[in-house]
Design a protein around this ligand. Structure first.
Ligand code: NAI
Length: 462
């Protein structure tokens, strides 16, 4: 197929390749997967539409999928998360990429549309992060079946509907054919998984889905240890603020919240947490964090980070109450955690891309990072390669499952079996010089597990 990529600058390809070469040395899971399956090419015939932050680490994922025989078209799942040199390195290999750092929302949805434009047979698998690509196909097919499009509730949906309408008019029946050809989707993140479970509950999921997020080697590592490194990285690159001694608030103490609170504490900040779940609130308190409400925290804290996957967590009233030069950002999937729209009538200065200063009528200012979109990818480069190797090894295994065993899956949401989860972890031990102990037969039978694992029951929480 002709390479119809839309990227910022193809001359960045060599720089991207140099960083990709380094990333590969930190991604033992992905490299072992290439080694194990490369010759058999289990993804031969798979045509994957990918929608996930187009970073260097994702470039390594794409090259693993193609090494296993897949054809791929790719877009980012966020307007700020693309690394242009990574996009260039992949486009230079002939894989079509549609992603530019700082693309508009209109471009974003056009790029999502582009990943579904294949010559000949449509694509047959989706690899998604946040659910936008999946929802695009599902909504298109529902409208073709006679459903009305719901009125858009925000700019995101408005732009999506414009692109969708254009495609519906240009290619009648396109989405129905596409939906019926898709063997499944593997979903990367908490927010996307929530959307999939919602569809499955209503009986409206049209193909099987694998929830990659809830592999233990994904959410208990990427969401936690990944954010532990990339949250502070984003705040520093955005603001260069002195972190030690500052009072920071983390909204939400799930996996991302735990990593984020640890990140800020590691940088010397004093950290408070807000939660709505008594279990997570108790965990935060017993991890040594003050747990309070956003109303109490707003006037006193210096740095605010939302990690909830929920909406309206920092409201305009909270921002009105903040101190001069408070830093506000989000690391959850969507920007609606912060009421960014309510700031639009304020005096604004773009300090630099992805850092904006707003002045309230009383004169106090706030710094907003990445317009409320995930700041670790908008202001920095996301999680390090090593942890993404674990996430993406799960993605590759999920794609192999969906492609080679599609008959075994119903239109439901599945997690990968525990033996694969343990396999992903195992692939990452040697790089860290981990010496694993081995059970004796007596010990295995005493605790009631097979010698070779799985070592825990499905209910175990890690
Ligand atoms: P989670 O479900 O483990 O944690 C979210 C926590 O927020 C829960 O404990 C919940 O009780 C709490 N919460 C909900 N509403 C709240 C409110 N109004 N105030 C205070 N707390 C509230 O989810 P997880 O895995 O931590 O993911 C959170 C978000 O981060 C999701 O949108 C996910 O997609 C995204 N994510 C972002 C990553 C990144 O690199 N930026 C990486 C992984 C996930």
């Amino acid at each position: 197929m002709a390479n119809d990529s839309i990227i910022a600058d193809i001359s960045l390809a060599e720089y991207g390749r140099r960083e990709l070469d380094i990333a590969e040395t930190e991604m033992p899971g992905l490299m072992a997967t290439r080694e194990e399956y490369g010759a058999a090419k289990p993804l031969k015939g798979a045509r994957i539409a990918g929608c996930l932050h187009m970073t260097i680490q994702t470039a390594a994922l794409i090259e693993t999928l193609t090494a296993l025989g897949a054809e791929v078209r790719w877009a980012s799942c966020n307007i700020y998360s693309t690394q242009d040199h990574a996009a260039a390195a992949i486009a230079a290999t002939g894989v079509p990429v549609f992603a530019k750092k700082g693309e508009t929302l209109a471009e974003y949805w056009e790029y999502v549309d582009h990943i579904f434009q294949w010559e000949g047979e449509p694509c047959n698998l989706i690899l998604d992060d946040g659910g936008d690509a999946t929802m695009y196909v599902i909504w298109g097919a529902r409208i073709e079946a006679g459903e009305d499009m719901p009125a858009p509730t925000n700019e995101e949906e408005e732009e999506m509907q414009k692109v969708l309408k254009k495609r519906l008019a240009a290619s009648p029946g396109f989405f129905t054919r596409l939906r019926d050809n898709i063997k499944g989707v593997s979903e990367e993140t908490t927010t996307g998984v929530l959307r999939l479970y919602g569809l499955a509950k209503e009986g409206k999921l049209p193909f099987p889905a694998i929830n990659v997020n809830d592999s233990v080697t994904k959410s208990k590592f990427d969401n936690k240890y990944g954010c532990k490194e990339s949250l502070v990285d984003g705040i520093r690159r955005g603001t260069d603020v002195m972190m030690a001694g500052k009072l920071a608030v983390v909204a939400g103490y799930g996996d991302v919240g735990k990593g984020s609170a640890a990140s800020l504490r590691g940088a010397g900040a004093r950290v408070m947490v807000t939660e709505i779940d008594p279990i997570c609130a108790l965990q935060a308190a017993m991890d040594g964090f003050a747990v309070t409400t956003m109303e109490e925290a707003a006037p006193v804290a210096d740095i605010f980070v939302t990690t909830t996957g929920n909406k309206d967590v920092i409201t305009i009233e909270h921002m009105r109450a903040m101190k001069d030069m408070a830093i506000v950002g989000n690391i959850g999937h969507f920007d609606n955690e912060i009421q960014v729209g309510a700031l639009k009538n304020l005096e604004t200065i773009e300090v630099k891309p992805q850092v904006d200063m707003y002045t309230f009528p009383d004169g106090h200012r706030i710094l907003l990072l990445s317009q409320g979109r995930l700041l670790n990818l908008g202001n920095a480069t996301g999680h390090p390669s090593f942890v993404m190797s674990a996430s993406f090894t799960n993605q590759v295994l999920a794609q192999i499952e969906l492609w080679t065993k599609s008959d075994e899956y119903k239109n439901q949401v599945y997690v990968l079996p525990k033996h694969l989860d343990e396999k992903v972890a195992r692939l990452h031990l040697e790089k860290l010089n981990v010496k694993l102990s081995t059970l004796t037969e007596e010990q295995a039978s005493y605790i009631g597990v097979p010698l070779e694992g799985p070592f825990k029951a499905d209910e175990y929480r890690y």
